[in-house]
Design a protein around this ligand. Structure first.
Ligand code: SF4
Ligand code: SF4
Ligand code: FES
Length: 326
């Protein structure tokens, strides 16, 4: 029987010991890779056959425990799920493997995930309900009600989204996409008591859902297709529906977006900036505004926006798609 064809791939692996090193180094390992190999196979081969000092985390090897996530060429992946040769199609025959967060590296690919767990715990990721000690009946949940969770319960707390989020990178206060996905999972559960306590937790400025910049990176990297940005948007709506939205730049942005579509059938970009920023805040966008006017993308009068032809249809769409009390 012929051997499975293989290809030599160079892996540049981040090496660092927080107890003894000041700076990290990258060591190259050349490994024969077949079409069957996932990233975890390579780490295991290196550790078992080339360099026993390499440290990384793994447990289930089946994409369930969420512990093996690392970054390859800057992209967060689950090492036990990500095929290596597929990655070489994008990145070529040299792959750089790093921990999820370099600034939290403890030993090689192992990081200190404490901030992740603290933020996850802070959103009350559990059912908040008064249940009788010996209830006579089960609390029946229909398939349609389960569907409302939008598979948020598939999260395996791997941290791939959390450590890929640019908002979190610039603000340690931001709770991050995984915490918000967990908050949505329980907020959307019909068995939860549906108080506003959890919503208030995620509705804070700086730490909460309004500091998400909607870059979609969390959805891009999630190995379980949890799509955290979708849950963040749902939480935005829940906050409006609960009547607890605060008047800030992000909520004004949402309000104007809807109003503009309702009024003009399209987004008035200049009006959006003026309404969202209020006061002097809008002056920081003057340069871009002038460039837009020069390129014909905005008019001199920011409120002069042509109306779309089918305003009746647009009004109906806005009505049926809007569940929020703006
Ligand atoms: S969409 Fe929001 S939460 Fe997701 S990675 Fe981007 S900034 Fe972070
Ligand atoms: S939402 Fe996805 S990427 Fe984020 S922690 Fe959960 S499983 Fe990992
Ligand atoms: S080892 Fe458990 S998810 Fe990869």
């Amino acid at each position: 029987m012929s051997a499975i064809p293989s290809k030599k791939i160079t892996f540049k692996i981040f090496r660092f010991n927080s107890e003894t090193d000041y700076l990290p180094t990258y060591i190259d390992y050349v490994v024969d890779v077949t079409h069957e190999n996932v990233v975890l196979d390579i780490l295991t081969t290196i550790k078992n056959e080339m360099d026993g000092s390499l440290s990384y985390r793994r447990s289930c090897r089946h994409g369930i425990c969420g512990i093996c996530s690392v970054k390859v060429n800057g992209k967060a992946i689950l090492a036990c799920k990500q095929n290596v040769l597929q990655m070489t199609e994008t990145y070529g025959d040299t792959l750089t493997i790093e921990p999820l967060s370099i600034k939290r590296a403890m030993k090689d690919l192992i990081i200190d995930k404490e901030d992740f767990w603290v933020k996850h715990a802070a959103v009350k990721p559990f059912l908040d309900a008064d249940v009788e000690d010996a209830p006579e009946n089960e609390h029946f949940v229909s398939p349609a009600q389960v569907d409302q969770l939008l598979e948020a319960d598939y999260c395996i707390q791997c941290g791939a989204c959390h450590y890929s989020c640019p908002s979190l990178e610039i603000s340690d206060a931001f709770m991050g996409p995984a915490a918000f996905a967990a908050a949505y999972r329980f907020q959307a559960d019909v068995r939860d008591d549906q108080t506003n306590e959890r919503l208030n937790l995620v509705n804070q400025e700086e730490s909460g859902i309004w500091d998400c910049v909607k870059c979609m990176e969390c959805a891009e990297v999630c190995p379980k297709d949890v799509n955290p940005i979708e849950k963040i948007t749902k939480l935005h709506n829940m906050v409006f529906e609960a009547g607890i939205a605060k008047n800030n730049i992000a909520t004004r942005h949402a309000v104007y977006f809807k109003d503009s579509i309702k009024k003009h059938g399209q987004l008035n970009e200049a009006g959006l900036v003026i309404y969202s920023e209020k006061g002097y805040g809008m002056y920081k966008h003057l340069k871009v505004g002038m460039q837009m006017i020069a390129k014909g993308k905005a008019g001199i009068n920011p409120y002069s926006v042509p109306k779309s032809d089918k305003m009746d249809e647009i009004a109906k769409l806005v009505k049926i798609s809007s569940t929020s009390k703006f």
